[in-house]
Design a protein. Structure first.
Length: 493
């Protein structure tokens, strides 16, 4: 155990992070998943050494909280004894069903492994900040659209990937299409550029000149213009203005460049392939439910707001093991995937999971709410975010649908949902604020005392129920009503 990490860093097993309820560690198995027996052992360690709660994050990482300086090394030793190898260094992430999903465009596993090996060989881990990450998204039913990364490689077709930087699928800046044979080198070039600007740097800090210089080494780029629009509605996304100078075809006019109009491109703002959810008709692909894969069936179970008492996880693991499950994977959107069961066994296990409090319905309102632990678990928390989330899900959850995320944040850092959300309730010095179509860092449109937060949202839920038109999503209704009407309802609740 080398010491504690500062807040804002990634709390690895060897460097736990101090939080309001003790030390926190985050684990990502090298193999992608663990056996039910190994997860039982890990949960038993959490009961012995932590606060007895297991968490799965929005990115699909496993977390254990409530450790002490004395107990954290004991947990690490027990993880080693269980044979769970955990990833270290720069995260290179793939979807939880990589190589198993019949709908994926390409298997990202080998490319991700090549990038990890190259990062290690180049010694980049020591030169990059702890938040720098890479996503290799093969597509499919559990794609990585909602996961933010500094470098994104998204499968377009077999052997062809879209390179983008700084964001999720809807916010990252598209660079160019690239052959798989050059994808590793392109990712390394961008990471080298980030490292060259210091450990505090991220991809968003790179000027286009740096990208141009580093990527000139890679030969297989195709301009975005030659790629077909993969959205049924032919939506568009604008290039970063500087990138337009070197990714546009000659046929585009100078006036189009000056206006930032780079032609029709992939990664649209709307449509089935965009990955957007706020303000559009696109929903998150849900990991919850019974999923038929290439050769096996998977059962996806959500953890309410990303956490579950360890003894309940142990109970579902024992039942899964008895039923013949061979592996459990951790999924983005705060879920676990149990692999290797028959469809009938999945259905039986799903019923047991529901009785234990897991999320088993993709339309469960708890899936539409992102909430951090809040006070008192986090020293920065101004409100008891998860308690508020539970009350809202119970009393006002019918107002939510998969078109929106309601973000409940203990403070302005917004750890549970860094991206924009349709509605954000955030704790602060003035009480609890309402942010419409923004992040927890945004300026609230209205405030009310933190202890009245759930009642304030109840009034918003009533307004949405009254005003929502037939066929209209919650996101569309929120956009039509506007910030002012929502703020008035929130304050009157």
């Amino acid at each position: 155990m080398s010491g504690f990490s500062r807040r804002g860093a990634c709390p690895a097993l060897s460097a736990p992070m101090q939080t309001g309820d003790g030390l926190l560690v985050r684990l990502n198995p090298v193999a992608g998943g663990v056996s039910p027996k190994a997860l039982i052992g890990l949960c038993e360690s959490a009961l012995r050494h932590g606060n007895g709660v297991v968490e799965v994050t929005a990115r699909g990482s496993l977390q254990i909280r409530g450790l002490t300086a004395e107990s954290a090394p004991l947990l690490a030793a027990e993880v080693d004894a269980l044979g769970i190898a955990v990833r270290t260094g720069v995260p290179v992430e793939t979807g939880p069903l990589a190589s198993l999903d019949p709908d994926e465009i390409a298997d990202p596993s080998l490319l991700a492994a090549r990038i990890r090996d190259a990062i290690d060989a180049a010694g980049l881990g020591a030169r990059l900040g702890p938040k720098v990450s890479v996503v290799v998204d093969g597509g499919g039913r559990l794609n990585m659209n909602t996961v933010q990364a500094d470098v994104r490689l998204t499968a377009l077709a077999s052997g062809q990937w879209l390179l983008a930087v700084a964001g999720d699928a809807s916010t990252a800046t598209p660079v160019r299409a690239i052959a798989e044979t050059d994808a590793r080198d392109a990712a390394l070039a961008i990471l080298e550029a980030i490292a060259g600007r210091g450990r505090e740097a991220r991809a968003r800090d790179l000027p286009s000149d740096d990208l141009t210089s580093f990527l000139q080494r890679v030969s297989s780029f195709a301009p975005l213009s030659v790629l077909p629009d993969i959205s049924p509605t032919e939506g568009e996304i604008g290039c970063h203005r500087d990138l337009c100078q070197w990714s546009m075809p000659e046929k585009w006019s100078a006036s189009q460049t000056e206006q930032g109009q780079c032609g029709r491109q992939i990664s649209p703002l709307v449509g089935e392939m965009s990955g957007r959810t706020e303000g559009s008709n696109v929903e998150h692909p849900s990991p919850v439910g019974i999923l038929q894969l290439r050769d096996i069936t998977a059962l996806g179970l959500g953890l309410p707001f990303g956490h579950m008492p360890a003894d309940r996880v142990i109970a579902i693991c024992r039942a899964a093991e008895t039923s013949g499950a061979g592996e459990i994977r951790f999924s983005q959107q705060r879920a676990i995937l149990i692999l290797g069961l028959s469809r009938s066994a999945c259905a039986e296990l799903q019923r047991k999971a529901a009785s234990l409090g897991f999320v088993t319905d993709p339309l469960d309102p708890r899936r539409m709410i992102a909430a951090c632990p809040g006070a008192p678990a986090c020293a920065s928390g101004r409100i008891a975010a998860r308690e508020v989330a539970e009350e809202i899900a119970r009393d006002s959850g019918a107002a939510l649908d998969p078109s929106v995320t309601l973000h409940i944040s203990g403070c302005a850092k917004g750890c549970a949902h860094p991206a924009r959300a349709a509605l954000t309730l955030v704790g602060g010095e003035k009480g609890a604020g309402l942010v419409v179509d923004g992040t927890a860092k945004g300026l609230p449109a209205a405030y009310r005392p933190g202890y009245e937060l759930a009642s304030g949202f109840r009034r918003i839920a009533t307004l949405l129920k009254q005003e929502r038109r037939p066929g209209e999503t919650t996101a569309q209704c929120i956009a039509r009503l506007g910030e002012t009407r929502l703020a008035v309802a929130f304050q009157q609740g």
